[in-house]
Unconditional design. Sequence first.
Length: 116
Amino acid sequence: MMFALPQQSLIDAVNSALDSTSAAKLYNVPASTIRRHRRNQCLKNQIGCPSYLTSSEESYFVALLQLLPDFGTQPTGEVALKLANDYFKSLGLSDNPGKKWLSLFVERHSEEIKWK
């Protein structure tokens, strides 16, 4: 069964000096979730699903999309996916970004990029 935890409660529980059982009671977060986040370095730094790109790689890709109008091309979903696929390949990533990735990317960067 999946349920949403208050993000700050989870972060506080994971970062607390308490053992997982005590932190679970104090922050109302399952002890197993706290242990899993403490054990897995990737989960310590972020709550939620891991992303394909690091924040610096994503910032670089945003900058690339921001340059498109200077060359007479507006950022569209189709153009962004094509460039993202090429960028992922250049980074050696085996994953191919799809519509869901693009939707979340657009949501994260709606203020930085003027989408058409």
